[in-house]
Design a protein around this ligand. Structure first.
Ligand SMILES: [Fe+2]
Length: 383
């Protein structure tokens, strides 16, 4: 198996640990050595146009960040995006046009792009990293690859969804949930803690999970941090012993739950929302949100950091400012069904409000030990 072979490479520390992690969407398990694809942006809308920044100024009622003129030498912004083109391509295009920037995007798996940045060092062409997992951002921060963000931008999102050192900021929230089939499971049957699924014979043969999935792995990392290595190992072994069915990703788990092929599964909240939007009719499935501080209710973020080596940091800051504007935040609420992190922008009405979620107490930067999680998953025989 490819992941195992890569794990044996070892050798170059953190980067090796990252290189074979699959992202949340499992979209691209292979690093893409292609040069950044250019998003066509009219050159005439060039850099220091203050008009463009007017649309980027958020209308949240709080003091707006004054537009920073972009140096003319900084008209090109290179983004390494662990978020898929189908999800955020339209948004990035729009931002580039409104800010008058020639935005170049290299899409790929979050962990692999983080690895690439570590390997490229100061010669990395990336100005901005957009990851779909706080762990990847934490790892880059720890390696000194990210520059401090302006306090004004950081303060737009709650403290728990940004780097304590001000090195990255969350853009949207994604919540771990238990998706279940409402014709086969009553809400009251879901254990009060995700930990209690393990060893409960009532769930034998009824569960689904995706051990190769980046979001699942981030959850395992959280469980290790919150409850310790032994609890995490026992949980993995316990769920495996219940003959939980292995799926390649979150989407296939949700689809199997809807079809009644399995009764429940461990996923991110938005996959069910997408299935609903696509179906356009009620589906026999619900998300269970842990709102009791349980590890099962981990709220992770997709977020951004500006590279310390960027020569276009002003442009990158304006880009971040735009992502944290009301209009961009509404995009995430409406198009990806994630949680907007900007105060005052509501989540999709079918979702419980962000403030009601009560996720486990965890510094999201501490999700960076994915290497240890992968070793554990291997030890248990899940990778
Ligand atoms: Fe995902």
């Amino acid at each position: 198996m490819r992941r195992r072979e890569l794990l044996r490479l070892g050798g170059f520390g953190l980067a090796a640990g990252w290189s074979f992690l699959l992202g949340c969407s499992n979209a691209s398990p292979t690093p893409t050595p292609v040069p950044p694809a250019s998003t066509p942006t009219p050159r005439s809308e060039s850099t220091a146009t203050p008009v463009a920044s007017a649309t980027a100024t958020p209308t949240t009622g709080r003091a707006a960040v004054s537009p920073t003129p972009v140096r003319s030498s900084s008209g090109t912004l290179t983004i390494y995006s662990g978020r898929s083109q189908s999800l955020i391509g339209p948004l990035l295009d729009r931002v580039g046009q409104e800010l008058g920037l020639d935005v170049r995007v290299r899409y790929g798996d979050t962990a692999e792009l983080a690895t690439a940045i570590l390997e490229e060092g100061n010669r990395s062409p990336a100005d901005l990293f957009f990851g779909q997992d706080a762990g990847a951002l934490g790892a880059l921060a720890k390696e000194g690859r990210l520059a401090p963000l302006p306090e004004e931008l950081l303060q737009r999102v709650p403290l728990r969804f940004r780097s304590a050192q001000g090195l990255w900021v969350g853009i949207s929230g994604r919540v771990r949930t238990v998706v279940y089939n409402t014709e086969r499971v009553r809400a009251a049957e879901i254990p009060a803690s995700i930990v209690d699924f393990a060893g409960d014979e009532r769930w034998r043969g009824r569960l689904g999970w995706a051990p190769t999935n980046g979001s699942f792995q981030a959850f395992v990392t959280a469980l290790r941090r919150l409850r310790g290595e032994d609890v995490a190992r026992a949980w993995l072994e316990g769920i495996k012993a219940l003959d939980a069915r292995v799926f390649p990703n979150n989407a296939s788990i949700v689809q199997a739950v809807i079809k009644g092929e399995i009764d429940a599964g461990f996923v991110n909240h938005y996959y069910l929302m997408r299935e609903r939007a696509q179906a356009g009719r009620p589906l026999p499935a619900e998300n269970h949100f842990y709102t009791n501080g349980d590890p099962g209710g981990l709220v992770n973020v997709a977020g951004v950091g500006i590279l310390a080596s960027s020569r276009a940091s002003d442009a990158a800051q304006r880009f971040v400012e735009y992502l944290l504007s009301e209009s961009a935040q509404r995009y995430f609420a409406e198009q990806t069904f994630e949680y907007p992190l900007l105060e005052g922008v509501p989540a999709h009405p079918d979702l419980p409000p962000l403030a009601s979620l009560n996720p486990p107490a965890l510094d999201l930067s501490d999700l960076d030990d994915l290497r240890g999680t992968l070793a554990l998953l291997q030890e248990v025989g899940l990778l």
